[in-house]
Design a binder for this molecule. Structure first.
Ligand SMILES: Cc1cc2nc3c(=O)[nH]c(=O)nc-3n(C[C@H](O)[C@H](O)[C@H](O)COP(=O)(O)OP(=O)(O)OC[C@H]3O[C@@H](n4cnc5c(N)ncnc54)[C@H](O)[C@@H]3O)c2cc1C
Length: 489
C-alpha cells in the first residue's frame, strides 16, 4: 500500500486526492495548490494529487488536429458573462490566446418544414426583446405571432415552485414557440427535453424576469438597454475560445500544476471508504484499479454524479441515492470537413438547430469554422453534427459507420451538402450531460447539505450548478475552498 507510511499526526502533511481530471478536477487542483502555496514554509505542509481513469486529461474537452482542420470533439467555446473560465485563462497566462467568435456569421438557423430559416434577430432562448423580427419571421404562423404579441397580458405565475421550461413557455408565449424554436434551442444546449428540464436550474433569469416585469418582452427589452449601456464583457465578447482549441486550457492547467500536484493518469478509483480509526485524521481510504490504495485527509469527487454515487455508496447510502438520481443523457458529435462549393445552402450563421417535430435524426449542426475561421483551411468548412440526446437516445447505440451515413444523409437533405468529405470523425459522449429536471435545485442543495456533514469530502462537476465550462471551473474552485475551509489552516 502506498500513502504516507507513517501516521505521526503532528508532522504528517495533509493530503487531498482529487478524483477526476476534467476541467472541474483541474480547477479544484489549481485552487487548492494556490491556497497551499500561500501558507508560510513554517506552517503545515500539503500533498495534493489528482487521479484520472483516462490516459488523457480533460475529460469531455479534447482538441485534435486532422490535416489542416482543428477539431473540437467536445466543447468548442465558453461564455464570458459567467467569469470563472475567463479568469482561469487569464490566471494561466492565456490572455493572448483568447479568440472571440467571428461577428460576421452571428445568428442561428432553425429548420422549418425541412428547410433552414434564420432565427429572428434578438430572440434569446425563450423570448425576444423586439417584436418586429418575430412578426416577419417565417418560423411562426399568424395565430402564434398574435399569441406571442399578447404575452404582456398573461398574468404572472403566483406559485414560486419550480416548473419545466416547456410549461413556462407554453404559459407565457404559446405552444408553437415552444415546439418550433425553444425546444431546439434549449434542447440543443442541454441535449435535453424541455418538458422535463427545470426552468429554475437551467434558465433562472426568465422566471426572475416574469416576477419583476410581468412580461418577457418587457424584461428582455430592459435587459437589452442595460447591456448596451454597459461596457462589461465588451473586450472579449460573449463567447470565446482559444486559438489552438480548448486543449490549450488543459495544457496550461497541467503546466501550472507541475511540481505542485502529483498527477496519476490511467487509474480509475474503484472504491472509497472512511477509515474507522479515531487515532487517525486521514479519514479516507481510496482504492485504485490495479490493486493500489491510498489514504487521504480529504477527497474531491470531480466526477459525473453517477460515478460519484457508486464511490460514496459505503460511506453514505442516502447521498449515493441522491447522486444516482441525477439522470444523464448521451450524445454523439459527428465532425466532418467539406468543400464550401459543394454545399448548396449558404452557411451564413453559427449553426442550425432542428426541432424534434421535424422528425429528423440530428439535433443541431454547428458551423464550427464560421464561428472561428481558422478551424478549417481556405475554401473548406468544418461541421459538427449533434445526434442523440434525451429525445433520441437510441441513435447513440448506432455504430460509427451507421452514424456517418445517417449524418451524411441529413446534411444532404437539410443543407444540400454533396461530395465526399475530407474526413469524418465520430466523438461519443456517453452519459456525459446531466439532465437538470424539475426539482434539480432542491436535489442539489440536499446533496450539498449531506456532503457538508462528511468532513474532508467535496463534490464538483457539471451535475450540480451548471453544465458549461465556466460552471465547472467555478464548481472545482468552490470544492477546493470547501476542503480548505474544513482544514481551517
Ligand atoms: C458534446 C458536448 C459539447 C459541449 N459543448 C460545450 C461548449 O461549447 N461550451 C461549454 O461551456 N460547455 C460545453 N459542454 C459542457 C462541458 O464541456 C462539460 O460539462 C464539462 O467539460 C464537464 O467537465 P467535468 O470536469 O465536470 O467532467 P468530465 O469532463 O466528464 O471529467 C470527468 C473526468 O473523470 C474521469 N473519471 C471518471 N470516472 C473515474 C474514476 N472512477 N476514477 C478516476 N477518474 C474518473 C474521466 O476520465 C474524466 O476525465 C459540452 C458537453 C458535451 C458533452
Amino acid at each position: 500500500m502506498s500513502g504516507l507510511g507513517s501516521h505521526d499526526e503532528t508532522h504528517r502533511p495533509k493530503r487531498c486526492l482529487i478524483i477526476g481530471g476534467g476541467i472541474s478536477g483541474l480547477s479544484a487542483a489549481i485552487r487548492l495548490c494556490d491556497l497551499a502555496a500561500a501558507v508560510p514554509s513554517s506552517g503545515p505542509r500539503f500533498e495534493i494529487e489528482l487521479i484520472d481513469s483516462s490516459e488523457r486529461l480533460g475529460g469531455t474537452i479534447e482538441t485534435v488536429r486532422i490535416g489542416e482542420y482543428l477539431v473540437e470533439r467536445g466543447p468548442d467555446m465558453f461564455i464570458t458573462d459567467k467569469p470563472a473560465a475567463l479568469q482561469l485563462c487569464l490566471q494561466l497566462g492565456l490572455e493572448d490566446r483568447l479568440v472571440a467568435l467571428d461577428p460576421e456569421y452571428r445568428g442561428a438557423l432553425v429548420v422549418r418544414n425541412g428547410s433552414p430559416v434564420p432565427v429572428p434577430e434578438s430572440f434569446q432562448l425563450l423570448g425576444s426583446a423586439r417584436i418586429g423580427p418575430v412578426l416577419f419571421s417565417p418560423i411562426f404562423s399568424w395565430p402564434a405571432k398574435l399569441r406571442m404579441a399578447l404575452e404582456p397580458l398573461v398574468r404572472r405565475r403566483r406559485e414560486s415552485t419550480d416548473e419545466s421550461v416547456a410549461s413556462f413557455v407554453r404559459r407565457r408565449m404559446g405552444a408553437e414557440v415552444l415546439e418550433r424554436l425553444v425546444q431546439p434551442l434549449v434542447g440543443g444546449i442541454y441535449t435535453g427535453d424541455p418538458e422535463t428540464l427545470s426552468l429554475q436550474a437551467t434558465l433562472p433569469r426568465f422566471p426572475a424576469m416574469e416576477r419583476r416585469y410581468g412580461s418577457l418582452w418587457k424584461g428582455l427589452r430592459a435587459g437589452a438597454t442595460a447591456e448596451s449601456e454597459s461596457v462589461r464583457g465588451a473586450r472579449y465578447g460573449l463567447f470565446v475560445s482559444l486559438i489552438g482549441g480548448l486543449t490549450e486550457l488543459l495544457e496550461a492547467a497541467a503546466e501550472n500544476l507541475r511540481g505542485r500536484c502529483a498527477i496519476r493518469q490511467g487509474r480509475a478509483v474503484t472504491a472509497l471508504r472512511v477509515v474507522d480509526d479515531p487515532e487517525r485524521s486521514d479519514r479516507y481510504h481510496v482504492e485504485l484499479s490495479g490493486g493500489e490504495s491510498l489514504e487521504a485527509d480529504a477527497v474531491i469527487l470531480a466526477l459525473p454524479a453517477h460515478v460519484a454515487a457508486t464511490l460514496v455508496r459505503d460511506i453514505d447510502g442516502v447521498l449515493s441515492e441522491q447522486l444516482a438520481a441525477i439522470e444523464y443523457a448521451s450524445s454523439v458529435v459527428v465532425v466532418s470537413g467539406h468543400r464550401l462549393d459543394e454545399i448548396e445552402h449558404p452557411l451564413d450563421a453559427f449553426g442550425l438547430v432542428v426541432p424534434h417535430c421535424e422528425h429528423r435524426r440530428v439535433i443541431a449542426v454547428s458551423f464550427a469554422s464560421r464561428k472561428l475561421a481558422d478551424r478549417a483551411p481556405a475554401g473548406r468548412v468544418l461541421l459538427r453534427t449533434f445526434v442523440g440526446g434525451a429525445l433520441q437516445p437510441e441513435l447513440c447505440e448506432l455504430g460509427d459507420a451507421d452514424l456517418q451515413s445517417l449524418v451524411s444523409e441529413e446534411l444532404q437533405a437539410l443543407l444540400g451538402v454533396a461530395g465526399t468529405p475530407d474526413f469524418v470523425e465520430v466523438a461519443r459522449h456517453t452519459s456525459a450531460m446531466p439532465q437538470f429536471v424539475v426539482g434539480h435545485a432542491d436535489r442539489v442543495s440536499a446533496i450539498f447539505d449531506r456532503v457538508a456533514d462528511l468532513p474532508g469530502l467535496a463534490v464538483a462537476g457539471n451535475a450540480y450548478h451548471g453544465v458549461g465550462v465556466p460552471d465547472c471551473v467555478a464548481s472545482g474552485t468552490d470544492a477546493a475552498e470547501a476542503v480548505w475551509g474544513g482544514w481551517a489552516v
